[in-house]
Design a binder for this molecule. Structure first.
Ligand SMILES: [Zn+2]
Length: 214
């Protein structure tokens, strides 16, 4: 599924507009109906993201429910992001990148060892970022709340034989994805700090988050 769709929304009318540093965690609560745009400012940055029901965080984004219901392995315009209870959490309403991954997972100290080298274990990772973001919320959330995530702007194609490959991104500077919240949603982002993966040119970069009232 690849479906390019632009948005008419003007950041001048946004209620929230924030440039987020490369490599850092971020949390934010979206109200139902609000529109959330993520902008890949410099291109090919991976924005690892989890979503929770803001009022009951045992309900969270489910990659399997989402892919099963839409019958496709990629996320783009029209994708409805489903929870582990099958509820619609957010809908992708605009997308100028055209492909977002939800199969590749998040980088971690363990994957740093397996993919790169034993001495990469201690490098900053998305899993550490997720845990730091949750700890700062002080809501009692932790490892058990981490589930398969979305990698906005990341290109992880499935080969004809069913393999997964990490390819150079199809994103570019200024490309964006825009989502409408279908419930009050807690957003947890790791703006991926990975320094060992060529898919971001070994160079994590900032992203911009913009929110509008629906
Ligand atoms: Zn990462």
């Amino acid at each position: 599924m690849q479906s390019l769709q632009t948005s008419q929304l003007d950041p001048a009318h946004a209620i929230f507009d924030h440039v987020h540093a490369a490599g850092e965690p971020w949390t934010h609560t979206l109200k139902r109906g609000q529109i959330f745009r993520i902008i890949d400012l410099e291109g090919n940055q991976a924005v690892d993201t989890l979503f929770y029901n803001a009022h009951d965080t045992s309900e969270s984004y489910s990659a399997t429910d989402t892919l099963q219901r839409q019958g496709s392995v990629y996320l783009s315009s029209g994708s409805v992001l489903r929870s582990n209870r099958g509820n619609a959490m957010l809908t992708i309403v605009a997308d100028t990148c055209g492909r977002h991954d939800t199969l590749g997972g998040a980088c971690a100290s363990e994957s740093n060892i397996v993919r790169y080298a034993p001495e990469k274990k201690y490098m900053h990772s998305c899993r550490d970022n997720f845990l730091l973001g949750l700890a700062r919320l002080d809501r009692g959330m932790g490892k058990r709340d981490l589930a398969p995530n979305i990698n906005f702007f990341m290109n992880v194609p499935v080969t004809p034989l069913g393999g997964l490959t990490f390819e150079d991104g199809v994103s570019g500077a200024g490309k964006y994805v825009e989502l409408r919240a279908e419930m009050d949603v807690l957003v947890l982002v790791s703006n991926c700090p990975q320094l060992n993966n060529p898919c971001n040119a070994y160079n994590p970069t900032p992203v911009r988050f913009v929110v509008w009232e629906g």
